[in-house]
Design a protein around this ligand. Structure first.
Ligand code: PEP
Ligand code: MG
Length: 935
């Protein structure tokens, strides 16, 4: 009971957002005011493909296919608005909507020429969920609805098939019982097995009509006992209860977890599709299947999918029976196959994207049950987008929109070192459901996968078959391996979508989930043992195998020629097109020359942030830095700084050179100084050890004591709010002097060598214009002096990071001194929320579970709060200096959702870490194509 109450209340908090969405829908004119149910049938539908918000993906696809004259069983879609109402009204649907549903049901009965509950010609319907975004297997479905003690006889006489009629009835009772009445499936399975045993039947299909009649009677007893009420005979009651169960399933834990992973908001709700049943299980001239117009794992142009003869739809996706490849349908039912190919080719052209479809063949007549954009791996996404463009099905602009920026990361993931891989024997093979190299310790449950990963282990989830409840475990695993299921089973679909290497249907392995082991041939593999597999070839090996960089990285690193890598050429094509469509510049956060080179190879044209202090960690440098910090007078400090000067100059020279004249922003020292010193506790232990140890360690002891004293002196209670950033430069101007000199000397040298370099010197953590003014004076003085010494005049800029809210809110004043701004959204988020960026992990998960925060604000910009501060900073800054160059260099600069926001506020560039440059290039193009600056 408590569980249900919690579910009912959960989305109530989202009610306000729903109101906002509704008015957006009304504005777009997509739905009609007051209309909640949308009919499709007889070649005409109330909805169309543009109405995904209201009808969900499935509903809008069914409407579009109906309008296109394709063979779609008639039905109607109860809109997502009704889901919202269901939760708002505490699990109640108003009478007016019920009446609309009844009216549409009458229309459906007319179209179908059959009547729900009729004794001689009963209509049977399916009741399916369908949200805007597909959530494979996460919500509930009920098939064969409308059967009762009378209509089952009607179905028997209509089909002349008593076995089929009673098999449908028992399937319906079982689904309704478990989904709607929440009776454990096992209670039904127990009775089913009982009848099988008493009749000596091995397979389900061995049961005849009489046996299935007995199953039905036994199921009725189960329902009566477990729910306290008889199995409902009234089809309308069945329909309403099933509709409500589908709405309820929107908030089940696995659906919520799925939405959390894929950033799908709770408030959008699901639609419910009620559709005339067609039967793939009437005999050997019937069947059901799912497929794709192209291979969703590799992107290859091939008709791809699978089917089962004499089966209902759920049998394919559930992964219980291993189906046949779709090509074989051509031999079994050539006419239906030909029609299916024609229809799906047409759908791909119409939607300009790879389609994922479901069909049923009833007595050799083909019906389309669904079409939608197919989920695909990152690899396939790039191949498909470039192929569609080459086939002139899409323009380059449309191709750029077909690839999810985040999925490009999959192309950078490592593969196996082939020499290592070839040394080990193949233990078994399965279906290559999702490409990529996976190596990890075996676990057998999703919960264990999560637990072990939290302990820092790398795991592979091995299951007989995965179910939607495994989603959290799949998410954290290196890869997924199942014994059963086809290429479109749950594990395959979800694995592909996550970009997780996956192998399914590895039929030779016998999985014992309870005993936590699996057998393959004579070998037993236990929990914790290492295995590896290749999701592209389907090969599994019983060992840990080292991996090596992806083909793309090999090209970037110069180990492979671009011309020799097909995938690199395609990747480069998509990003090349992206560069044409984006407005914002792409820079990199890179601290050292080698990082800058990688960033340049990935397409960054500029450095947005060079954290100079990272250079201090280079080999042999820390003792010099420590000497600088430990100095208790300026003269000693300058001596240490003089030693650092040539080292920094060399690094800057390398970074400038790697960027080949593109702008480079170098930030002066930022972190609190104690970060460069040993920890206080470690020093105390060392001193105690020296004091105890025999021999003359007096000198060492004295040094350690001095160090400890200085560490204690530098100790701060809140170092991130303490002596760091511009405050260091103000108190120790000689550090800024040394850094300026190193930057300008390096730039002068390059300019003399013929490379025009314009350094951008950036002062961090400025909250008051006078802080910047102070540092700018130092920079200008040293720069002038250095240029004079070098005998050359170069151009340089002085700007600031905006990462303190006061800096943003007084940006009009700050811009009087600053020639550019770069938003440091890491600190800006920390200081706007007041959440320590180092400690947020302690409570963030709870905040997300309680829906206080939807997303981690350190990963995706908080538009309402931190975003408002950014917006104010840009507006105020440009009021003073209309041509002010503004960028972002916090982690958000590589996050696609944040990039959309930065496009809107009109930033000039985003800066991201080198490996996220491809994601940023593509996301910036998509943002430019989707939004107008100032929206
Ligand atoms: C920032 O605060 O966003 C930033 C880029 O600086 P750092 O992460 O070095 O504090
Ligand atoms: Mg910062």
């Amino acid at each position: 009971m408590a569980k249900k109450a919690a579910r009912k209340n959960a989305p109530a908090a989202a009610a306000k957002k729903v109101a906002a969405r509704k008015s957006a829908v009304a504005k777009s004119g997509a739905g009609k005011a007051g209309k909640h149910v949308y009919f499709f049938g007889n070649g005409k539908a109330d909805g169309n493909r543009t109405m995904k918000d209201l009808l969900g993906g499935k509903g809008s696809g069914l409407a579009e296919m109906t309008n296109a004259g394709l063979p779609v069983p008639p039905g109607f879609t109860i809109s997502t608005d009704v889901c919202t109402i269901y939760y708002k009204e505490k699990a109640h649907i108003p009478a007016a909507i019920d009446a609309e549903i009844t009216a549409n049901l009458r229309k459906l009965e007319n179209a179908a020429g059959a009547k729900l509950g009729s004794t001689d010609n009963p209509l049977l319907v399916s009741v399916r969920s369908g949200a805007k975004f597909s959530m494979p297997g996460m919500m509930d479905t009920i098939l064969n609805l409308g059967l009762n003690d009378q209509s089952v006889e009607g179905l028997k006489s209509r089909t002349q098939n008593g076995r089929f009629a009673f098999d449908s009835y028992r399937r319906f009772m079982q689904m309704f019982g478990s989904v709607v009445l929440e009776i454990p499936k096992a209670a039904f399975e127990h009775e089913f097995d009982g009848v099988k045993e008493s009749r000596g039947a091995k397979l389900d299909t061995d049961l005849d009509e009489a046996a299935l009649r007995e199953v039905v009677e036994r199921y009725k007893a189960v329902v009566k006992k477990k729910s306290g009420k008889p199995f409902p005979q009234d089809p309308m009651e069945q329909l309403k209860a099933s509709r409500d169960a589908v709405f309820r399933s929107w908030m089940n834990p696995r659906a919520q977890e799925y939405r959390r992973i894929y950033d799908i908001p709770d408030y959008i709700g699901t639609a419910v599709n009620v559709q005339m049943m067609v039967f793939g299980n009437t005999g050997d001239r019937s069947g059901t299947g799912v497929g794709f117009t192209r291979n969703p794992a590799t992107g290859t142009k091939e008709f791809y999918g699978e089917f089962l003869i004499n089966a209902q739809g759920e049998d394919v996706v559930a992964g219980v029976r291993t189906p046949q490849p779709i090509a074989q349908l051509e031999q079994v039912m050539p006419a239906a196959y030909k029609q299916l190919r024609q229809i799906t080719t047409r759908l791909e052209k119409h939607y300009k994207d790879i389609q994922d479809f479901e069909f049923t063949i009833q007595d050799e007549k083909l019906y389309m049950l669904q079409t939608r954009s197919g989920k695909r791996t990152g690899y396939a996404a790039v191949v498909i987008a470039t192929d569609l463009a080459a086939e002139k099905l899409v323009t380059p602009k449309e191709a750029v929109l077909l690839v999810d920026p985040e999925s490009l990361n999959q192309l950078l993931a490592p593969g196996f070192d082939q020499d290592e891989w070839n040394k080990i024997a193949v233990a078994t093979r399965g279906l290559p459901a999702s490409p990529g190299a996976a190596s990890g310790q075996v676990v057998f449950s999703a919960d264990h996968a999560v637990e072990w990963t939290q302990q820092g282990k790398q795991v592979i989830l091995v299951r007989r078959e995965t179910v939607p409840d495994d989603i959290h475990g799949m998410f954290v695993s290196q890869g997924i391996l199942t014994a059963t299921g086809g290429m479109t089973s749950h594990a395959a679909v979800v694995g592909r979508q996550m970009g997780k290497p996956s192998i399914v249907g590895a039929g030779e392995i016998e999985v014992d989930e309870v005993g936590k082991k699996f057998r393959v041939g004579a070998t037993t593999v236990k929990e914790g043992d290492w295995i590896s597999f290749d999701g592209l070839s389907g090969e599994v090996k019983l060992a840990r195998v080292a991996s090596k960089p992806s083909e793309i990285l090999q090209v970037i690193n110069g180990q492979l020629k671009a011309a020799d890598s097909d995938i690199y050429k395609r990747f480069d094509k998509i990003l090349g097109w992206s560069d044409k469509f984006r407005r914002m510049g792409i820079r990199a956060n890179a601290d050292l020359p080698d990082q800058a080179e990688i960033a340049y190879a990935f397409g960054a044209r500029g450095i947005g942030l060079c954290r100079t202090e990272h250079m201090f960690f280079g080999e042999g440098r820390i003792p010099v830095v420590q000497r600088m910090i430990l100095a208790d007078n300026e003269a000693d400090r300058r001596k240490a700084l003089d030693e650092l000067l040539p080292l920094q100059r060399e690094d800057f020279y390398g970074v400038f050179k790697a960027m080949k004249g593109s702008p480079v922003t170098i930030r002066t020292i930022d972190p609190p100084l104690h970060e460069f010193l040993p920890k206080r506790e470690d020093l105390m232990v060392e001193i105690a050890r020296l004091e105890m140890s025999p021999g003359n360690k007096k000198k060492e002891l004295a040094e350690k004591r001095t160090l400890l004293a200085r560490v204690e002196q530098l100790h701060e209670f809140n170092p991130m709010l303490g002596h760091r950033g511009v405050r260091l430069g103000i108190t120790y101007p000689e550090i800024t002097e040394m850094q300026t000199r190193a930057i300008i000397e390096a730039a002068c040298r390059l300019n003399k060598e013929g490379l025009k370099v314009v350094p951008e010197i950036m002062i961090p953590l400025v909250g008051h214009v006078k802080e910047l003014k102070d540092q700018k004076t130092v920079v200008d003085r040293v720069a002038a002096q250095t240029m004079k010494e070098q005998g050359i005049k170069i151009k340089y800029l002085v700007g600031t990071m905006i990462e303190v809210p006061r800096g943003a809110m007084t940006a009009d004043q700050v811009a009087q001194e600053a020639q550019f701004f770069s938003f440091g959204t890491n600190d800006l988020t920390q200081l706007t929320f007041g959440y320590s960026r180092d400690d947020v992990g302690k409570f963030l998960r709870v905040y997300q579970e309680k829906k206080i925060l939807d997303k981690d604000p350190f990963a995706t910009i908080d538009v309402e709060g931190v975003g408002a501060v950014v917006r104010a900073g840009v507006t105020l800054g440009r009021k003073t200096r209309p041509d002010l160059k503004v960028g972002v260099c916090g982690e958000h600069g590589g996050d696609p959702a944040s990039i959309h926001f930065f496009e809107k506020v009109g930033l000039d560039y985003v800066s991201a870490s080198p490996y996220r440059i491809p994601v940023a290039r593509l996301a910036a193009a998509q943002a430019a194509l989707a939004v107008k600056v100032g929206d």
